[in-house]
Design a protein around this ligand. Structure first.
Ligand code: SIN
Length: 286
């Protein structure tokens, strides 16, 4: 069956809420294509009132690409692609509590993340999103051209080190610290979206170490400027979760930030993270 999607934009730069689809069901190719088109157009899409088992969330995610198994955060027993993001009332630090996109520390970064809300605090716990396409558009042509010629080095080494935010101990999450050399990967500082052709800044406050070919000290001023610029409020939207809400964001053009403003309360989410199709399969699908 092909569902009729209702799509309502939520902010000027990015974000749309979609109704009229039950993500727990086997969706037709047309419906998947419509969701994919909404994602690439709006960069982050939201669904309400879903009821997803981990297996159904995996099945939905797999319609968009192979699912990533996180190298540092343990997945659910028997469902390793599902990452449980939990902050217990006794935890001080949340997961994802800073601007970032997911998995740019890998050679092949994830293209999307699908987050499902299981249990929420009575208040707080929203997630902010920022369009890196809008951030790129707002730069001067001169800086745009400069950045288009540059690459940046990304790594998990800082964020997943013993001192890094992501590796901090939380009551119900098993997060490993990066041990030894974890790899550095070079990605363009401006990504051209393969489906829309739209350009987006691709630097990551959590995982970008330096501009490729520049010293860390030389890179700092430009990266700090871009990190500041990219979170300007006109580029953002904010999502207030309810149990059963789903957010699906495009990591190629969106940053997100899980707010840590609900001390003493529990928040429980489940995430699957979508990798790009292997090249041969992507070509065959065209
Ligand atoms: C994440 O960074 O994936 C977590 C986002 C959230 O929990 O809102």
């Amino acid at each position: 069956m092909t569902e009729r999607l209702n799509i309502r934009r939520v902010a000027g730069a990015l974000g749309a809420e979609i109704s009229g689809v039950d993500l727990s069901q086997a969706l037709s190719d047309e419906t998947v294509a419509a969701i994919r088109a909404a994602l690439t157009q709006h960069q982050v899409i939201f669904f309400r009132d879903q009821d997803l088992t981990p297996a159904q969330q995996v099945a939905f995610g797999r319609r968009f690409g192979p699912l990533n198994i996180h190298p540092y955060v343990s997945g659910m027993a028997g469902q390793p692609e599902v990452m449980e993001i939990i902050k217990e009332p006794s935890d001080k630090i949340n997961f994802g509590g800073g601007w970032h996109s997911d998995m740019s520390f890998l050679e092949t970064p994830a293209i999307g993340s699908i987050l499902y809300a299981v249990e929420l605090p009575e208040w707080g716990g929203d997630t902010l999103f920022a369009s890196q396409a809008a951030a790129f558009d707002a730069l001067s042509p001169g800086l745009q051209a400069t950045l288009e010629g540059l690459n940046a080095v990304h790594s998990a080494s800082r964020e997943y080190s013993a001192q890094g935010h992501s590796a901090q101990k939380r009551g119900s999450m098993k997060v490993a610290e990066a041990d030894g050399y974890v790899g550095e990967y070079v990605h363009p500082m401006v990504l051209v979206h393969p489906e829309t052709g739209r350009k987006a800044l691709y630097v990551n406050p959590a995982f970008t170490l330096r501009i490729d070919g520049w010293k860390t000290r030389e890179s700092k001023a430009l990266l700090d400027y871009l990190f500041e610029h990219s979170r300007y409020e006109a580029f953002t939207c904010r999502f207030s979760w309810r149990p059963g809400s789903v957010a699906f964001w495009d990591n190629r053009s969106v940053w997100h930030f899980a707010l840590n403003d609900y001390p003493g309360q529990r928040r429980h989410m489940r995430r699957v993270t979508v990798d790009p199709w292997p090249k041969a399969q992507a070509v065959a699908a065209e």
